[in-house]
Design a binder for this molecule. Structure first.
Ligand SMILES: Nc1ncnc2c1ncn2[C@@H]1O[C@H](COP(=O)(O)OP(=O)(O)OP(=O)(O)O)[C@@H](O)[C@H]1O
Length: 187
C-alpha cells in the first residue's frame, strides 16, 4: 500500500517534535509509521565510530555528545545529494496509510518529499518559546543552534499547520485534532 498522507514535522530543539509525534503515533496506532531522517545518519555514524545506535536514537544526553560531528558529516554528504538521507529513511518505507516524518530540518528535505510524493505531503511546524524549551533542557550551543540544521526552516513560510507547543499551548487533544483535520483532506 502506498501512503495516503505524509506528515513532515519540524521544530527547534526541545520544541516537542518527539513528544507530539509519539502521541500521534499512539493515537493512529497501526494506521501510521514513523520515519526519522536522522535514523540513517545515526546508523552510519554509529557503525563508523563503533557507537551504541540505540543510545544514539534515544532521547538522552548521549546523542548530544555527537550532534555537532553528525551535523558536519551529514552536511558534507547532503552537499553532493540533498535527497540522500530522505531516500534512505524512506527506503524500507512502511506499508501504512499515514507516514509521520518527525525531524524535517531543511528546505531541501521538504523539496525532496514534495518532488517525490507531491500532494501527499503536509508540512507542520511545532513552535515553542525559548523559556519553555529551556525548561525542557534546551541550552544554546554554538555550532548547533546557529547553523543550517537548526535554522534553515526558520524563515520557511509555507507551513500547512503551525502548532504552538509552548506557553499558552492548546491541550494535547486540540493539538492532535488539528493534525487529524489536516489529514482528513487527503483521505
Ligand atoms: N506538550 C508537552 N507537555 C509536556 N511535556 C512536553 C511537551 N512537549 C515536550 N515535552 C517534553 O519536553 C522534552 C523535549 O521534548 P522532545 O524530546 O519531544 O523535543 P524535540 O523537539 O524532539 O527535541 P530534540 O530536537 O532535542 O530531539 C521531553 O522531555 C518531552 O517529554
Amino acid at each position: 500500500m502506498s501512503p495516503q498522507v505524509i506528515l513532515l514535522f519540524s521544530g527547534k530543539r526541545k520544541s516537542g517534535k518527539d513528544y507530539l509525534t509519539d502521541h500521534l503515533q499512539q493515537r493512529l496506532k497501526n494506521e501510521c509509521g514513523v520515519i526519522k531522517i536522522s535514523a540513517p545518519i545515526k546508523s552510519y555514524w554509529a557503525k563508523e565510530n563503533n557507537l551504541n545506535l540505540n543510545e544514539l536514537l534515544s532521547h538522552n544526553e548521549y546523542k548530544e555528545q555527537y550532534r555537532l560531528e553528525m551535523i558536519r558529516w551529514s552536511d558534507s554528504i547532503r552537499a553532493q545529494d540533498y535527497g540522500y538521507f530522505c531516500r534512505q529513511a524512506c527506503h524500507d518505507a512502511l506499508d501504512k496509510p499515514t507516514w509521520i516524518v518527525s525531524d524535517i530540518r531543511r528546505k531541501t528535505d521538504i523539496c525532496w518529499f514534495k518532488e517525490t510524493y507531491k500532494d501527499l505531503v503536509k508540512t507542520i511546524r511545532i513552535v515553542a518559546d525559548e523559556e519553555t524549551r529551556k525548561s525542557r533542557g534546551f541550552q544554546y550551543k554554538d555550532g548547533i543552534d546557529n547553523v543550517a540544521s537548526e535554522c534553515d526552516l526558520d524563515d520557511y513560510g509555507d507551513w500547512d499547520l503551525v502548532i504552538n507547543n509552548g506557553e499558552g499551548k492548546p491541550t494535547l487533544q486540540k493539538q492532535m485534532e488539528s493534525i487529524m483535520e489536516l489529514c482528513k483532506n487527503n483521505k
